[in-house]
Structure formats: structure tokens, C-alpha cells
Design a protein around this ligand. Sequence first.
Ligand code: KIV
Ligand code: ZN
Length: 522
Amino acid sequence: MSDKRIIKIFDTTLRDGEQSPGASMNLEEKLKVAQALIDLGVDIIEAGFPIASPGDFEAVRSIASTFSGATICGLARCAEADIDRAWEALQDNPDPRIHVFLATSAIHRQFKLKMTPDEIVDRSVAGVRRAASYGADVEFSPEDAARTEIDFLCRVVEAVIDAGATTVNIPDTVGYATPAHMGGVIHSLMNRVPNIDKAVISIHCHNDLGLAVANSLAAVQAGAGQIECTINGIGERAGNCALEEVVMAMRTRGDFYSCDTRINSRKLVPTSQLISSITGMHVQRNKAIVGKNAFAHEAGIHQDGMLKERTTYEIMRPEDVGLEKTDLVLGKHSGRAALADRALTLGYHLNHDQIKIVFEQFKKLADEKKEVYDGDIVALIERELFGTTNQEWSLVDYQLISECGGPQKIDIALRRGEEEVKGSAESRKGPVEAAFNAIREALSLEMECVEFDAKSMSGGEDASVDMTFQINHKGEIYRGRGISLNMVEAAIIAIVNAANRAILHERVVTSGTGAAQTRSTI
Ligand code: KIV
Ligand code: ZN
């Protein structure tokens, strides 16, 4: 039997990750991510910050009432209303956790909270007690712990453990720590807090100096038993500790750390791809573990070594992180079972009816393309199953007249239920600007383009194109995504998708009901 310590993985992609600019997700997307995190084997899912918005509340409530197999957690400030709202969202889950936090550093005490150290301790204890009174598992975070005086931090940690916190998380909120510093903080807590054995010490590092993974590993070496992290390291500013990196560091260097996690590492790449396709935040090619080049060997000397003995230049096997040797999987002779199996590997749990729909479209595509890659399958599923509903605008038709050096003229027709609208525009700058202006005219919607991004979903010149568009409508940013074999069509779908989100949000806010999807902020 292995004598390795098992470190808990607390995933905060849906809370801290979702706070990063442009990464907000709707309810359907959050449910997809939660399912992928369960499949990945995380121990705790921080599903959101229920008091932050009706959208956040609804997301935490839906995830808590749909999923078991991991602890489901909701964030709350040390305030009665926050804690009560968190419990309201979590109460249907068999394994709920309330995560309460209050800043402890001198800077935050003096300038943000205007509270004395005694008041901080009292408020922290009261928050933990209230959360515990619901029977939930309680985690406490002294925000900005890495910049808190160590004596005061020890005092707060002891008090919240006495009050009933079973996990105490130590955040480096502003990404200021270094590995030796972070290891020292955890070491001091382990040695100086008398009741420390009654709680799991957790670590939560931000990546402002690019040290989040290194700091988390140093904390584990000093005795932390839980790591808070996000898929692809998304999160506030420079992001959080990247789950895939910290997990593979402990697994690959188990000889050094004597630690492991319950993560099914073969799901790392599919989960990373799911998050990047949902948020539109693409992973850099040279990103550790999940980047396109992470296992690509270009230099001749390396290739020669690899052919003689793989371990000369490779410390992990690509298949162990879920990177298939080739993603060319299906063709026109492939059957329904093979498609369903491939979809599952890519993170989509499809029911019988959904497979039927996707399979019909797959056969058409396989006739057109011959070689169907993973990216094409993702594109098909996203378009057929998670496309627009009857309540939203969708593309009916467009005509583009494009001339080299001349104007690009476009006519676009959109439909919502029985309603149909048309818009026309021309631009000397390109078809995307023309399409944007035509859609703005068709929908009479005040919107500006913030940025857009295009990515091919597989290899080959006939690959599907994945377009992400961010628009600004009345000061709020909305993201839309469009996938098509045709680049202009992908752009139109993405712009219309972003416009739909803006219209839906405005409708919900104006009526004052329902689950408006706004970003949670602390
Ligand atoms: O970075 C931070 O301090 C946080 C806390 C709410 C845990 O995200
Ligand atoms: Zn954070």
C-alpha cells in the first residue's frame, strides 16, 4: 500500500476562476463544468458566491441539488445574510460546505474594513459559528493571510478552529508570497497553533508573480492538506494555482513530495479544453501539461533521443494527462457507439436522443470531410445541442460580397420564434466589421466590439473555426461563441450569441426576477 499523503483538491474554477474578466459562464455552462470536475475526481467544488447575484445563487443551488460525489461549497463573507443565503443554496446537497472569509492583514483591517484586530477575531468566530449552526462543514479563510502578521494569523486560526472550522484556508490573495515565505507561514501555523490538528490546513495562491504553483507545493511540503486551484489557472488578475500543474507535479515527483491526489489525470486535457472552449480563454501553446506543445518535440537531437528511449526527454506520458497520440478518431464508417464513446471522453454525457441528433449530423460531416477530429465532434455537439433556443435570435441566412481592396457588403437575416429581422452593412476593413454592424442594425442593439478571437478546432485547412466575441452593451461585457466550418458564419453566430446574452440579461434585470448572470465580485 502506498504511504503517500492524499492532498485534497478544492476546485474554484466556478468561483475564483469565473471572476476573471471575460470568464463568466451561464447556468448551463456551469453545470457542464461541474459534471467535468466530478469526472475529474476533485474533492471539493466551490460552485459560486450565492449572495453575489441571483445568477450565482441559482448556479450554486442547481449544482448542489444535481451533483454528489464531491463536496459542494459556497462562498460567504462573515455576515449573517451571506451565510444564510449560502446555506439556502447548498442545503439540498448531501455534503455541503460553507466557506466564510474575512480579511486579516493590517492593510485590509485599516483601509478596507476599518476594524481592530479584536473585532476581526470576533467577527470571524461569529461567522464560523453561524455557518456551523446549519450543520454544514465549515471552511474559514483569513483573506490576505500571506501579508498578515504571523502572531495575529495564529490567533485567528486558533479561534476559528475552536468555533468549529474544520478547514482553514491560507490565501495569498494578491500573489505576493514566495515559496520559502509560504512554506514558512504554514510551518509556523503547524507548530504554533495548539488545536491545529483539529482542522485541515489549505492553501490558496494567486499567480501575480507566476509563483502560485510553486507556493502551493511549498505549503504542501510544510503540512497543508488541501490545495485550492482552478483549471488552466484561470482567476482574478494573473489567475490562481493551475490544477493540472500542481496535480502533475505531485504525481510526477511523488518520490520528492510523498503526496498524491485522487485526480484522474487522464481527464486533465479534456477538462482543460472544455474550460477554454466555454470561457473563450485559450490556453497558450507552451503551457505546462495541457498546452498544445507540452509534449511536442521539435529539436532533432530530442527526437533522436525520444526514438531511442522516451524517458530521455519526457518526464510524463502524454496519455497520462489525456492527450491521445492522435486525435483522428472517426470517419464515415464509424458507428453510433464509437461516437458516444468519443463524446464521453471529450466530457459530454449524451443521452439516447442527443446521440441520435449528433450522429445524424456527424454522418453528413463525415461525408464532407472524410476525417473527423475531436475538435469537429466538439463543434457538432456544441452547435446541435447547446445552440440557440426559440427565445433567442439565430442566423437564418447571410450574403457576403467580398472584393479584394474593395468594400465588404453583407446582408444578414435573423430569426427569433416567428419574428424575423434584417440588417445590411458594408465595411472597407473586413467582413467581420461588416457583419457586426449589420447585426447591430438588425437588432437595434447598442453594442461595441471589445475583442474577438479565432481558433481552428482541429488540424487541416478544412477545420471548424471557433470564434469568441466580447461585446460591450451599456457598460457590461458579454461573451459569445460561434463554431462553423466557415469563418464568417462563425463570427456571425458568435456576435449573435453575445447579443442574445445582453438582451436576456437586460430583460431579467428590468423585470427584476430570475437568474441574472452577472459577475460575482468580492
Ligand atoms: O484570494 C482570496 O483571498 C480568495 C478568498 C475569498 C479565499 O479568493
Ligand atoms: Zn482567490
